[in-house]
Design a protein around this ligand. Structure first.
Ligand SMILES: C[S@@+](CC[C@H](N)C(=O)[O-])C[C@H]1O[C@@H](n2cnc3c(N)ncnc32)[C@H](O)[C@@H]1O
Length: 193
């Protein structure tokens, strides 16, 4: 029987979409590095000819991710950046195949350090501007914490108003879960004809 992850976890579902988008040699952004799970996931797929730029404002995130990156010997393909994702365009000059946002706060860490609507929208805008044709910005959104719904609404409003001729914008969410279930928004840059 085919082995696969269930549709019970927003991270697994986001990874399923991302796997469909990226491949060997691609350039990606992990806009919310945290403990680096997404960073190494992206780095594994893009391979030694690809590149992952990962951002976080917490030094703990850099330390924790650095350990994983070193263990897997991914140093040459990963750049860890201690700065807010709202400054992506200061660091990333290449076009990108994918940018991954996992919003909210890092579990078991300082809950006051959460992503915020203004900086999140600025970072998503900068990522969208860097997208290659067929590239995707994938945003996993949580609304259970204070400010989470406001952030979700800001992302939704921005994404829903992107020009349909240029972008496919798709939302994916649990509709039978109680207590503010998470959702995913995908922004795909269409191939220009
Ligand atoms: C839900 S966690 C990310 C989890 C991560 N993807 C992982 O694999 O462990 C959200 C992260 O966003 C970070 N963050 C908050 N504001 C940020 C900003 N302006 N720029 C970059 N990262 C930010 C937090 O420090 C936190 O580590």
């Amino acid at each position: 029987m085919k082995k696969r992850n269930n549709f019970d976890n927003v991270n697994n579902i986001a990874k399923m979409y991302i796997k469909e988008v990226i491949g060997e040699g691609d350039v990606c952004i992990d806009a919310t590095m945290g403990n680096g799970y997404d960073t190494v996931f992206l780095a594994e797929i893009v391979g030694e000819n690809g590149k992952v730029y990962a951002f976080d404002v917490q030094e703990e995130a850099i330390k924790s991710t650095e350990k994983k990156v070193k263990k897997l010997e991914f140093e040459d393909r990963v750049e860890l950046i201690l700065d807010g994702h709202e400054n992506i365009s200061n660091y990333v000059k290449d076009s990108i195949k994918c940018a991954v946002f996992n919003l909210g706060y890092l579990p078991r860490c300082e809950h006051r350090i959460i992503t915020k609507p203004d900086t999140t929208i600025e970072a998503i805008k900068q990522s969208v501007a860097l997208l290659e044709e067929n590239g995707v910005v994938c945003v996993s959104i949580y609304t259970g914490h204070e400010g989470g719904m406001e952030e979700r609404n800001a992302v939704f409003d921005y994404a829903a108003n992107l020009e349909q001729k240029e972008y496919n914008v798709f939302e994916s969410k649990f509709i039978n879960q109680k207590n503010n279930p998470p959702s995913i928004i995908l922004i795909e840059k269409k191939k220009q004809v």
